[in-house]
Design a protein around this ligand. Sequence first.
Ligand SMILES: NC(=O)c1ccc[n+]([C@@H]2O[C@H](COP(=O)([O-])OP(=O)(O)OC[C@H]3O[C@@H](n4cnc5c(N)ncnc54)[C@H](O)[C@@H]3O)[C@@H](O)[C@H]2O)c1
Length: 327
Amino acid sequence: MKKFVLVTGGAGYIGSHTAAALAERGYEPIIYDNLSEGHIEAADGRLLVIGDTADTLKLNELFKKYDFKAVFHFAAASLVGESVKDPAKYYTNNLSAALNLLSVMLNFGVKNIIFSSTCATYGNPVRLPMDEEHPQAPINPYGSSKLMAETVLKDYNAAYGLNYAILRYFNAAGAHPSLPIGESHRHETHLIPLALKTLIKGSGKKLTIFGTDYDTPDGTCIRDYIHVSDLADAHILAMEKLFADGGGFAVNLATGKGHSVKEIIDAVHFVTGLKVPVLTGERRAGDPPVLVAANTLAAHLLGFSPKYTDIHKIIQTAWNWEVNKRF
Ligand SMILES: NC(=O)c1ccc[n+]([C@@H]2O[C@H](COP(=O)([O-])OP(=O)(O)OC[C@H]3O[C@@H](n4cnc5c(N)ncnc54)[C@H](O)[C@@H]3O)[C@@H](O)[C@H]2O)c1
């Protein structure tokens, strides 16, 4: 019997890698994406239904057709700066449309959801590394919209028996080592692809380092980068835990290692042999100096440990994608 799973946002970066990993493990991912940010090519030949998570009729049709064992909910808007300028977009897409999806799931008796959350729900760190008990005090509407959705999941678990896995990613990076999928955001804000794009012949681009006077060893911000294939694997482990035990849990997905902006630039140089042209800019509002996760709960609960622990290997996969990218 086919094991259908729904992957909202599966034509996007992390969703497409998770859909690929699901298919490799014998599941039948059905991708549902409105292509606002995603790409048809990212479905890589898997079934893609073009639709919005706010569209109840379309979701009803889909749930009638397929007996989903679980839903992976990646579909969201996720630009921090935009969320400050246009919070309505974030509460509508990340909260209201998520509520809609949950209603359809409950109506059809689909009880397992794996939800894409974020370290942005923690806000400014009060201790490092940040574990799952760290206070959640988001400092922008993006983080708030995700935290509200987390709260909804916990309440739906208590009231309706919905099983949930809340996965709080730190910085996703890299690309599939062999399939033609990778990171291709229309509005790229992530450091590694931005650094790599400056190296493409004729791009004329420079990388801006936002702030060089932070209280960190080299003055630039430190972040925790996790490979997208590791994220995909963790999603499957999370789903299988829900199948086995039900209930609900929230875990960080990260390597637990921090790299500064300057270290990433040096690592890009090491991997590609090319020097990233840089500009120095002002600090961006709301950028904490250090965001590094405690990642032991995912190891304990899911048996998950990232395979990509060397930032050079992560960057190598991103570079392979950047020079061969098809979308
Ligand atoms: N990339 C990261 O480092 C990171 C970190 C933390 C959390 N996240 C979360 O992970 C998820 C995936 O991130 P990503 O980087 O792959 O983003 P992405 O933009 O590449 O993918 C999101 C996909 O969702 C689709 N989408 C958006 N709104 C939709 C809607 N209403 N209906 C149907 N489809 C819709 C987009 O077209 C896109 O294909 C998001 O929820 C994001 O907030 C990402």
